[in-house]
Design a protein around this ligand. Structure first.
Ligand SMILES: Cc1cc2nc3c(=O)[nH]c(=O)nc-3n(C[C@H](O)[C@H](O)[C@H](O)COP(=O)(O)OP(=O)(O)OC[C@H]3O[C@@H](n4cnc5c(N)ncnc54)[C@H](O)[C@@H]3O)c2cc1C
Length: 369
């Protein structure tokens, strides 16, 4: 069973994408969450304007983190190195969140955009002409009646008429724009994002699709995060669909190149469905994979059980015998309790371990006690 998620981000495939100052939002999110493989990254946050490309919940998360009250961050479970870096990022003034389609097609959730509209440290700003619905989107909304899209469109239209309160920072959510190039200044670092304005036209299924208008604008930005979706990383020897970034499957059964199921191989989660949906969505979806396994093995004769399976303690004994270093669920609980204890001592929700060596050392010391 492959349950490996979708751990890398999609690229924009535009010139200048790899300039210093241009990052993947996925890496930034891992960094401020204390992921051991990403904690050593350095982000130069000493800029006034930040571009966030994409308009889904990850883009919203990044915009919120960059504009949150430092005292609130300090009480959260964010690692201290990230809190310090964000506290020191005092130059940041504007976060430009860039969406290629209109407000009715935005991928953020109504709850998320409302939260951004109620931040203590930042005003949420829309351009009135981009917030107003075009005829195509209006007709599409009436036909589809998607409750989230209706709520988003209504909120954006209403909020676009609210006068900014003059808070220290601004989140400017832009619609109908696509970055076409990242440009560097004399020092070789990102200074500007070239944007093409889009128009919406009906796609094959009638849904509004963006099309470049040939009209461009320049957006100052010393820092850019791309948040245009995640994709899976191929595993050697396991089929992978480069186009969708997923493991090809039918109801969770992994398919070979000819489209036939590979016996005994299954997939769940984002690796199966692609990077969309919350944990609950994936839990529900995993039932189909489990049913496929039950069906495939329904007629199979029960295999004789090797004796080792009869005794769970034998698994640990076998691992010890082979010199494998392993952690148990009790270890996990011990780490969890220690993180909460260290957090409480500092007035934080939790103080995370962000280094695997430190986690193992803590567990060894605990066992030795
Ligand atoms: C920024 C962000 C915020 C989110 N916020 C929420 C939220 O608030 N609530 C919510 O319900 N959902 C949230 N989600 C969605 C949620 O993360 C996914 O729905 C869920 O994690 C998908 O589960 P998964 O098991 O497919 O993948 P994952 O949870 O990503 O698990 C995959 C695991 O496989 C491991 N792995 C990868 N490759 C290999 C390999 N080759 N060998 C061994 N192990 C490997 C990874 O390290 C990882 O531990 C968020 C997602 C993102 C990106």
């Amino acid at each position: 069973m492959y349950a490996v998620g979708a751990e890398t981000d999609r690229r924009l495939e535009i010139p200048g994408e790899d300039l210093p100052g241009s990052y993947s939002a996925a890496e930034f999110v891992f960094w401020y969450n204390g992921h051991p493989d990403y904690r050593h990254l350095k982000f130069d946050l000493n800029v006034e304007d930040v571009a966030v490309v994409g308009i889904g919940n990850v883009a919203m998360d990044v915009a919120r983190i960059l504009t949150q009250d430092p005292e609130e961050l300090a009480a959260s479970d964010m690692p201290d190195y990230a809190i310090e870096a964000l506290r020191a990022a005092t130059r940041i003034r504007r976060i430009h969140v860039l969406g290629r389609r209109g407000p009715a097609q935005a991928a953020f959730s109504p709850k998320e955009i409302k939260e951004l509209g109620a931040l203590k440290y930042a005003d949420l700003v829309f351009e009135p002409h981009e917030a107003a619905l075009d005829e195509l989107s209006r007709a599409w909304l009436e036909k589809e009646k998607d409750p989230n899209a209706l709520k988003n469109a209504e909120y954006v239209e209403k909020h676009s008429r609210v006068k900014p309160a003059g808070k220290p920072r601004e989140i400017r959510v832009r619609f109908l724009v696509s970055p076409t190039e990242f440009k560097a200044g004399p020092d070789g670092r990102l200074t500007q994002v070239l944007l093409e304005r889009n128009e919406l036209q009906a796609g094959k299924d009638g849904s509004p699709r963006p099309r470049g208008s040939g009209r461009f604008e320049k957006l100052p930005a010393g820092l850019a995060f791309r948040a245009v979706g995640y994709r899976g990383i191929p595993i050697p020897g396991v089929p992978f669909d480069e186009r969708s970034g997923r493991i090809p499957n039918r109801e969770g059964r992994v398919l070979d190149e000819a489209g036939n199921p590979r016996p005994g191989e299954y997939v769940v989660g984002w690796a199966k469905r692609g990077p969309s949906g919350l944990i609950g969505t994936n839990k529900l979806d995993s039932a189909a994979t489990v049913n496929a396994i039950l069906e495939d093995f329904a007629g199979a004769a029960p295999r004789p059980r090797p004796p080792v399976q009869a005794d769970p303690a034998a698994v640990e004994a076998l691992l010890r015998e082979r010199g494998v270093r392993f952690v148990t669920f009790d270890d996990w609980h011990a780490l969890d309790a220690e993180e909460l204890r260290r957090g409480a001592a500092k007035g934080k929700l939790r103080e995370k371990f962000t280094d695997i060596g430190a986690m193992l050392m803590f567990l060894e010391e605990k066992r030795g006690r």
